[in-house]
Design a protein around this ligand. Sequence first.
Ligand code: CP3
Length: 350
Amino acid sequence: MTVRPEIKPLLRVLAGEHEAIPPIWLMRQAGRYLPEYRKIREQVGSFLDLCFDAKRAAEITLQPVRRFAFDAAILFSDILVVPYALGQKMWFEDGEGPKLDALASPSALKTLRRKIDQARLEPVYEAIGRVKQDLPPAVALLGFCGAPWTVATYMIAGYGTIDQLPARLFAYRHPQALAQLIDVLVEASVDYLIRQFAAGVDAVQIFDTWAGVLPANEFRKWCIEPCARMIAAVRKRIPGAKIIGFPRGAATQLERYIEAVAVDAVGLDWTVELAFARERIQKRRPIQGNLDPLALVGGGAALDRSIDAILDAFGQGPFIFNLGHGVLPDTPVAHVERLVSRVRRGPARR
Ligand code: CP3
């Protein structure tokens, strides 16, 4: 049997290879900065309805790939569909973000299901199948979930907080109850990711957006340990499953993260110093990142300089170009075009 060479550049990088022109995709590449997204969004009452409308979710997933020819599509959905599938009341208020029936005390955990209700998530898997049919062969399809700690911060507070204070306090006051919640989320996320792979995603990203608020020992307990466990459980069912981790704000803890969490690549936020990342992280693991999303809003010479600094620092090793966090709604489409063409000029032209 002959092994066909991998035609998706992003998957080649996840296998540890170096690409002269790095593959590029952007977190939150589908969303409000795109007029074609806003048009579909207006047709549907709530953001959650959109997430569970397989046909529209597939269409939105494909929009940025058509417009910018990115190297990956990321499934259009949200990390908070997992608490919803665990039976927590959840809705999105326009202009305000997510709202959930807060798990204010340990006894509230009893209101959750032990396992996710897969029936609620069927439209997500259907959307994956639809996207796959229309995706160019060299473009990777990414699924995702939130990391247990990040999802728990929303479940405990009941809304998005600036400092994750309710969840952090819950961790100190009720560590056993938090451990129970994290266990439920580990199992739920594993079941969710396994179904995403079965439906056809090429790789998944685990978003730990709020990893950076934890002190080092808590980071180990609530970020590293559950993520490591999740990945082992997914690979038990899907051997070789490709997984990107994004522990936002992990800073110097990134080294410990890649030692203990068997991700195929690690996403860096925009605060990570380039020389540190090249020497201490990229030598050991493919990396993804880390343009400041605000530089993309600002544009001009400052944007060009930021792009070039990242390409110069990371271009010699296994690297996926991305932002250090999601595309902001005020981002001009022309700046994204400029970014993509600058990254694709290749090293000879720089
Ligand atoms: O990256 C992509 O394009 C895929 C889609 C995606 C969304 N959310 C769509 C979305 C992904 C991967 C997410 C992940 C997500 N959702 C995270 C982790 C990554 C991150 O951005 O930090 C978190 C913390 C959430 C929870 C969430 N969803 C919040 C806090 C909000 C409100 C803030 C906001 O930007 O509006 C959302 C809403 C949301 N998720 C929108 C989109 C396109 C905007 C909804 C709208 O159209 O009004």
